[in-house]
Design a protein around this ligand. Structure first.
Ligand SMILES: [Zn+2]
Length: 213
């Protein structure tokens, strides 16, 4: 079985959106002092590789602890949009063209992963120049009944964030800051991106993986 890890490593000072707290991962107890090693974590729920629950952008929306587990698992395809120039808009047409190439006719219950290549720019000034979906692209994903959409960029869209709300209103889970999507292009796989069960969480860090067919 070949498994591709789509997850970034959680460590102190790992880059995050400037509005969030810099992550802290530090030793809390040691084997020498107490007989067991443990670490203390201080993190926003949108740190590094994570998913957004509807409550992230919808007042009184569903929180991560309430979402059914089937929402995080499904057959996946990955499309390569790393050729797009900085700050590009990913439109319905862009996605349709890529989806046609896959030869798949029905995407109901599928997970779409979008490679931008911006995971390699993490922490640089260009990191937030990533391409983003517009509303027409979000509507296409809703029409096609995708279960989830993910990207290796820090966000699925750009200010004023036209895709987050329609996607999450339609219970399409959003994964951000994935990595290693290059390995998935042109392949069929099964995607798993399970969140922690955080009470009233607006999202969660995930361990995202692809099991290759
Ligand atoms: Zn997020």
């Amino acid at each position: 079985m070949k498994i591709v890890d789509l997850t970034m490593t959680i460590k102190t000072k790992a880059p995050v959106h400037p509005i969030y707290v810099e992550p802290v991962v530090t030793t809390w107890t040691t084997i020498k002092e107490t007989g067991f090693y443990s670490t203390l974590l201080i993190l926003n729920d949108h740190t590094l590789t994570h998913l957004d629950a509807p409550a992230h952008v919808i007042e009184n929306g569903v929180t991560v602890d309430m979402l059914p587990l089937e929402m995080f698992i499904g057959p996946g395809i990955a499309v390569d949009l790393s050729y797009l120039p900085p700050r590009s808009t990913i439109t319905r047409e862009t996605l349709l063209r890529e989806l046609e190439k896959t030869g798949i006719t029905s995407f109901e219950g599928w997970v779409l992963l979008i490679r931008t290549g911006y995971d390699s720019k993490i922490g640089t000034p260009e990191w937030f120049d990533h391409p983003g979906l517009d509303e027409s692209a979000a509507k296409l994903l809703i029409e096609k009944k995708f279960k989830a959409v993910g990207t290796d960029a820090p966000s699925i869209d750009r200010e004023p964030y036209p895709a987050h709300k329609p996607l999450l209103q339609n219970n399409i889970i959003v994964y951000e800051n994935l990595t290693n999507l290059k390995e998935l292009i042109g392949r069929k796989f099964y995607f798993y991106g399970l969140p922690l069960k955080i009470y009233r969480g607006s999202g969660s860090l995930v361990r995202a993986i692809a099991i290759m067919e």
